[in-house]
Design a protein around this ligand. Structure first.
Ligand code: ADE
Length: 224
């Protein structure tokens, strides 16, 4: 997979890819992530990428021309499966969408800023609009980092234990069951006996029951 991220704040997006699982995925060549500074595609001496909105009103809008230039440059080099725009009015990200996007090969992710992008960017270039939740961030960068993390960890070979993404919360529209590690008795609070029994079919059944119980309690909407 290759991900090209277009942003006015590339420095905000560096560190998520320089640590832990995402870093390892890049080192293992399972994914390439390229950051593109929108300012490098602006014309004129002032490197302008945003402007006042027509009709008046507070807040700047990212201009269509630099975004067009950047996307056209990338598209001249390879085909893209999706041009994703991160925006609070997009479709809310969930595990199903993450699974689906993780199967794609080449992605462009565009981060909005200020009041967003000129509507013509959305009409002409964007194939998919994604929100990470009903709240407004100062820009799309942190949302793009969340999306990248959610999809990169699903790529084959990224997680050490390949099955572990399959048992994640949400993978069957269920929350994950409780987990425990040593010590088996912490200040009198004990790990459920069943987990120490070595009876794996029984343990599996217990986990399924607990997952269902937890989902009923915390997220009954997932069971509908
Ligand atoms: N940009 C600003 N807020 C956002 C959100 N909630 N999701 C995606 N992109 C955003």
């Amino acid at each position: 997979m290759r991900i090209d991220i277009i942003t006015v704040l590339p420095e905000l997006l560096k560190s998520p890819f320089e640590a832990s699982i995402l870093k390892r995925a890049i080192e293992k060549n399972l994914v390439e992530v390229h950051l593109h500074n929108l300012r490098d595609y602006s014309s004129g001496n002032y490197k302008q990428v945003d402007d006042y909105q027509f009709g008046g009103g507070a807040g700047m809008v990212l201009m269509v021309e630099p975004i067009d230039k950047c996307i056209s440059q990338l598209k001249s080099e390879r085909d893209y499966d999706e041009v994703i725009y991160m925006t609070p009015d997009g479709d809310t990200l969930n595990q199903g969408t993450s699974n689906e996007i993780s199967l794609k090969k080449n992605l462009i992710i565009l981060c909005g800023h200020y009041k967003g992008v000129d509507q013509r960017v959305r009409d002409l270039f964007v194939t998919r609009e994604i929100s990470i939740g009903d709240y407004v961030l100062s820009g799309g960068e942190l949302a793009a980092a969340v999306l990248c993390d959610a999809i990169i960890r699903l790529l084959p070979g990224v997680l050490n234990d390949e099955t572990s993404a399959l048992t994640d919360t949400f993978q069957d529209n269920l929350l994950a069951p409780p987990v425990y590690t040593r010590p088996s008795n912490y200040k009198g609070t004990k790990v459920p006996d069943i987990l120490l029994s070595g009876d794996f079919p029984k343990i599996e059944k217990w986990r399924e029951e607990k997952a269902l119980e937890r989902t009923q309690e915390k997220r009954p909407d997932l069971l509908k």
